[in-house]
Design a protein around this ligand. Structure first.
Ligand code: HEC
Length: 148
């Protein structure tokens, strides 16, 4: 009886650990979606003229991007390698196999966000500088994100 309880307990712990890992994957996808809304739904939309320039919304979008940059280094623990969460995208194993390259992408993204944030004051400076951020998203996705 003791043994059965022990096995059941160990199994429950094991399942708990797996779902905690899935939660980390869901969290990073949610962070990336919010990042997509900040760039595509706000900054790029304003630069294209689809939305009127709104400084408060610009500030909020940069706050989201800065938050993403801060979170990125901890978003991919080893325990989540190979896990997928049924969205259109997944992380490439290269995130873990090429940590130095992935870290370099996080660093250049972080720098681009800070530099662009410092330059954007109005619609013209947004138009001139927003592309630098999109380039960083694409550069990381090209190697480290897969279509699942
Ligand atoms: C340092 C690398 C890196 C940078 C920089 C980065 N991403 Fe991602 N992104 C990823 C990875 C890896 C995934 C796949 C995550 C997963 O499913 O495990 C992803 C997934 C996504 C997804 C899909 C989310 C889903 O599951 O539906 C969107 C949208 C996205 N990123 C938008 C952006 C935007 C917009 C930027 C730039 C402002 C950006 N990302 C910058 C690595 C990055």
């Amino acid at each position: 009886m003791k043994y059965v309880l022990l096995v059941a307990g160990t199994l429950a712990l094991g399942i708990g650990a797996v779902s905690a890992q899935q939660d980390i994957v869901k969290d990073r996808q949610a962070t990336m979606k919010a990042t997509g809304r900040a760039l595509g739904g706000t900054l790029s939309a304003m630069a294209k003229g689809d939305k009127p320039y709104d400084q408060a919304a610009v500030d909020a979008a940069f706050a989201t991007l800065t938050e993403t940059a801060k979170k990125l280094p901890a978003m991919f623990p080893d325990s989540t390698k190979g896990l997928k969460e049924g969205t259109e995208y997944a992380s490439s194993p290269k995130v873990w196999d090429d940590k130095a390259g992935f870290t370099a992408k996080i660093e250049s993204f972080t720098k681009a966000v800070a530099d662009t944030k410092a330059k954007v004051k109005d619609l013209d400076s947004l138009k001139a500088n927003v592309g630098a951020i999109g380039k960083e998203c694409g550069a990381c996705h090209e190697t480290y994100r897969l279509k699942s």
